[in-house]
Design a protein around this ligand. Sequence first.
Ligand SMILES: Cc1ncc(C[n+]2csc(CCOP(=O)(O)OP(=O)(O)O)c2C)c(N)n1
Length: 323
Amino acid sequence: MEKTRQSTLSSDDYRRLYESLQRIRCVEERIAEIYPSDKIKSPIHLSIGQEAISVGICDNLNRDDVVVGTYRGHALYLAKGGNLNQFMAELFGKTDGCARGKGGSMHMIDMSHNILGSSAVVSTHIPVAMGYAWRLKQQAKGQVIACFFGDGATEEGVFYETLNFASLHKLPILFVCENNGLAIHASIEKRWSQRNLLSKVAGFGIETAAVTGMDILEIHHKAGAAIEKLRSGSGPQFLECHTYRWRQHVGPNEDFDAGYRTRDEMAPWVANDQVARIAKKLDEGVRAQIDSQITGEIECAERFAEDSPFPKTQELWEYVYAD
Ligand SMILES: Cc1ncc(C[n+]2csc(CCOP(=O)(O)OP(=O)(O)O)c2C)c(N)n1
């Protein structure tokens, strides 16, 4: 995806944002649809409702900038330009998957787009991103890394150790907290004594910004400003984006019967759907053309995944660290 620098977006910018948002939404809705068939071989953590964060931020990144994320990582992978065929084959556990079918949904990687991967163990990718940022700083080619994580990840000690080290060494890292207010079924009200994440981060000397209204244009704008500061060497930046997860923590369904939240709580977030909002910025014909292109891409990716073979048994011990 090409970067956008101007503060007012053009029709081409809206087109590009819509295409990315709609691709992620349609891919994940299709994943939810086919999940009961057992073609997909791994657990899935859907980003439906949260797409605007990855899209708004990645639109400001160059191809050689790096991203790293979590098990809820489909949106990030696709927004950064990751290969859809390899993504689908990975979900299907096939050898043409981006991790040769060994990683599944939680381990999407595409180094040709500098998508470093993701971790299923909460917070563990944050120090890895910092290490990579250190390397980028030493190489001094102007690249930056964006590290995405949930509000739950900020409860781990390594998160604070990383903030300290990144600030001390003025590393080119954008921390992105996708604050959906939930860690599995536990709300922030039940977990945080204080709701002052940004002031805690600022205590490490890191510049912070928040987007509370799930507004892709505000995310785009604030991420753009933060990334420019990173490139000018002013040290790590932190963006907290408030959002809401529409589906269950893990799996394809809604989960209002689980008792930890209500449909009423979600309603304002759905009314503020950023995919529908950006769709309205486009001419009907342009939108229809993008929609049909995406439908074709997804059909093609499914066929690619179906046609790819499962890994052979003898491959079990290949591409791993230990014998
Ligand atoms: C170190 C560690 N502790 C606990 C878990 C179990 N776990 C998986 S997801 C999750 C919630 C994390 O919430 P958050 O970081 O807010 O991300 P979200 O799922 O909301 O995107 C937990 C506790 C884990 N995977 N790793």
